[in-house]
Design a protein. Structure first.
Length: 128
């Protein structure tokens, strides 16, 4: 009963307005600013490249019973892209048939501060 009376009390309106503004402000972008559009576009492209490498690793594993290096994947025509794409350099660390890790690191000086992206055999991509 007290809550209902308080909500009907006109002096409660400024407090209710404050709470509504606080809730909206925290959910409508008061967090960290979004990256610039070109960074968003390139990051999506890099993530696609990482997934393509992950798919190639899976095919290489089936054919050779182990994961392959970038050079081995290219020799098998599983990858056609260069090791440097969209201003990022790619590297692969292989541990036999157990695991692999692909790292995409910004190599273009204009992309300083952009995220390094890492993916392993689970094909989960993480930003560092």
């Amino acid at each position: 009963m007290r809550v209902r009376r308080a909500l009907r009390d006109p002096s409660f309106l400024p407090f209710l307005t404050f709470l509504t503004g606080l809730a909206l402000g925290s959910s409508l972008g008061c967090g960290p600013p979004a990256p610039p559009p070109q960074q968003q576009i390139d990051t999506v492209g890099i993530k696609s490249e990482l997934l393509a490498i992950g798919q190639a690793e899976g095919q290489y594993l089936v054919a050779h019973s182990r994961y392959g290096t970038l050079d081995e994947l290219r020799q098998e025509n599983l990858l056609t892209s260069a090791a440097d794409r969209r201003g990022y350099s790619f590297s692969v660390v292989v541990e036999g048939s157990e695991r692999f890790t692909v790292t995409a690191t910004p190599s273009d000086p204009d992309k300083k501060g952009w995220p390094t992206l890492v993916m392993d055999q689970t094909r989960q991509i993480a930003e560092q």
